[in-house]
Design a protein around this ligand. Structure first.
Ligand SMILES: NC(=O)c1ccc[n+]([C@@H]2O[C@H](COP(=O)([O-])OP(=O)(O)OC[C@H]3O[C@@H](n4cnc5c(N)ncnc54)[C@H](OP(=O)(O)O)[C@@H]3O)[C@@H](O)[C@H]2O)c1
Length: 275
């Protein structure tokens, strides 16, 4: 099939392009500055010219703290632009986030769990989901979380870098989530495009852990001699509040079940060149 991937220079998008090409799909990646998805006319003209069979929309304004400082821009990029892509008459697989939830649950969030974002990023991504759904209920929305992978700024790489440089690191232990390797997620997104899936899917690494546990696992795999100290969220304030618990699971029979996060981190650490 002919596949268009937006956000193709990003951490997830470039992996989706690679996976789709490996599977033999005629794949076109786009990103800023070639195409600004907030420009509805430009998006329509681009899609009309490329005539893809499906679009995997990985483009987003992903800096959670910057979104908090500029919600208007976040709304345009994560909300309006997603709707622009969804209104082109082509099947869309749109990527969303665990931040659409309040993050105060005790049990994993499944697809039918009520949404209640507490950040500008979460609100803007929820607007994007709604824009995609209202454009055409044949589209698919895949929510993921705690992404890491080659070719993008991510927590695991930050820990590996700091672990090389320092003897001791403080990491929060009271935020629990679903670490997800792009190498596991990207094929699942291409699957959704191939089967023209519709509706809402949770698509995150299996199991759950804290940032503290994730840091320890990354250091262990790279055999770094750096002590990781557990600290609370209160000791580590950020401009946008972080969810305390935002583990994603699926309740769908035809849902996405990715390998356990340990496997994702192991593959990632093997793949990335030591700092
Ligand atoms: N990273 C995570 O932990 C995480 C967790 C849950 C869900 N997600 C979702 O997963 C998806 C992929 O995330 P990622 O981490 O791969 O993001 P990323 O690395 O930041 O890539 C996003 C790409 O979109 C581009 N972009 C931004 N504004 C655009 C616009 N107006 N028009 C066209 N392209 C634009 C960015 O370009 P610039 O870099 O030039 O701005 C960037 O290349 C996003 O939908 C994100 O919300 C991410």
């Amino acid at each position: 099939m002919r596949l268009l991937v937006t956000g193709a220079k990003g951490m997830l998008g470039h992996r989706v392009v690679d996976v789709a090409r490996e599977r033999g799909h005629e794949t076109r990646g786009t990103d800023l500055p070639e195409l600004d998805l907030t420009d509805a006319g430009a998006v329509r003209a681009f899609v009309d010219a490329e005539r893809p069979d499906a679009i995997v929309n990985c483009a987003a304004f992903t800096d959670v703290d910057a979104c908090e400082a500029n919600e208007e821009l976040a709304t345009r990029v994560n909300g309006d632009a997603a709707a622009n892509v969804a209104r082109c008459g082509v099947h869309v697989v749109h990527v969303s986030t665990d931040y659409v939830f309040a993050g105060d649950a005790r049990r994993p969030y499944v697809e039918s769990a009520p949404v209640a974002p507490t950040t500008a990023y979460g609100r803007s991504k929820l607007l994007g989901e709604e824009g995609v759904r209202s454009a055409d209920d044949g589209h698919a929305v895949a929510r993921t979380a705690w992404l890491f992978g080659e070719g993008g700024k991510n927590f695991v790489d930050t820990m590996l870098k700091l672990g090389e440089e320092r003897d001791e690191l403080s990491v929060v232990f009271d935020q629990i989530g679903s670490p997800t390797w792009t190498g596991h997620l990207a094929p699942a997104l291409v699957d959704l495009a191939e089967r023209r899936a519709s509706g809402l899917f949770h698509a995150a690494g299996g199991g759950a852990c804290s940032w503290f546990e994730l840091a320890i696992e990354a250091m262990r795999l790279r055999e770094l001699d750096c002590r990781v100290v557990a600290v609370t969220t209160e000791e580590f304030p950020r401009p946008a509040p972080r969810p305390a618990f935002s583990v994603l699971e699926t309740e769908r029979e035809d849902g996405i079940r990715l390998p356990d996060w340990h496997e994702g981190v192991a593959q990632h650490v093997k793949e990335v060149v030591p700092a």
